[in-house]
Design a protein around this ligand. Structure first.
Ligand SMILES: CC(C)(COP(=O)(O)OP(=O)(O)OC[C@H]1O[C@@H](n2cnc3c(N)ncnc32)[C@H](O)[C@@H]1OP(=O)(O)O)[C@@H](O)C(=O)NCCC(=O)NCCS
Length: 230
């Protein structure tokens, strides 16, 4: 099995010409979801994220971007019709998008723009041991540490195709910010951390990224998307 995971990184603010092309590739479902966004900038960024995802997955499947068909599970996780073994996951935050692609095993990815953190939010989002560690770090480091913790949790949830409505105690991840993250326990699953891998990456200055995958020994390849890079 090819254990490579490719992460594509892309800016979401693009030219009018790019937007016109991306817009023409969206399905009816995507166009409807896009139209529900209130701000023009959010609609443009959604269109770009989905356009670039279609471009990359189209190249990998040999299909045209506009003919790819997606189905979504009960929590909204998309997968590809006709190319079920090609696994992917998209994440976008502010002006940046990332897409993880793998063959034959599910992946989850999350990117977040690093911003000041209210401790009250951290108390809801993180476990007690993670909160304790956050409280012990200086004001300067705490946003980075918070988003490191937060993105790795979301990446795990996104591999499983679940949503954030899950109780926060369904899993334990090593809390130490300074060490590589490991999944220690996942409720309701007999598999343990031994067959999961978590990675962190910095997709751009001011952003934090995390990726989670089933299996061991994966290699992570980070690429900047351009129309000719795929
Ligand atoms: C999945 C979820 C955790 C992502 O949160 P987020 O940080 O706001 O979003 P990200 O930018 O990281 O990821 C969004 C992308 O992940 C993918 N995605 C959507 N739902 C997903 C899920 N349950 N699992 C994995 N990936 C998912 C989509 O490609 C989505 O992109 P899109 O919204 O442009 O179509 C959040 O959307 C959630 O909790 N969803 C579940 C809601 C739910 O259960 N709804 C039921 C009715 S659909």
């Amino acid at each position: 099995m090819n254990s490579q995971i490719t992460v594509w990184i892309f800016e979401l603010d693009r030219t009018a010409g790019d937007l016109t092309a991306f817009n023409s590739w969206l399905s009816g479902d995507e166009a409807q979801r896009c139209a529900r966004l209130l701000r023009t900038q959010d609609r443009d960024r959604f269109t770009t994220a989905h356009g670039i995802m279609r471009h990359i997955l189209g190249k990998m499947t040999g299909e045209r971007p506009e003919t790819l068909a997606f189905v979504r599970n009960a929590h909204g996780k998309p997968s590809l019709e006709r190319h079920e073994s090609l696994e992917f996951n998209l994440s976008h935050s502010d002006g940046l998008g990332v897409l993880a692609v793998a063959n034959g095993f599910p992946v989850g990815i999350d990117v977040e723009k690093i911003a000041p953190v209210e401790f009250a939010l951290a108390e809801v989002a993180l476990s007690p041991s993670e909160c304790a560690e956050l409280a012990s770090c200086g004001q300067h480091e705490s946003p980075t540490h918070f988003y490191r913790c937060w993105t790795r949790k979301e990446a795990v949830i996104k591999v499983l195709g679940l949503g954030l409505a899950q109780p926060p105690d369904i899993y334990d991840i090593t809390p130490e910010f300074s060490r590589e993250p490991r999944l220690l326990r996942l409720a309701g699953r007999s598999e343990t951390s031994a067959i999961w891998e978590l990675f962190h990456f910095i997709p751009a200055a001011g952003y934090m990224g995390a990726l989670a995958a089933y299996g061991r020994g994966h290699s992570l390849v980070l690429n900047r998307w351009t129309p000719s890079a795929v």
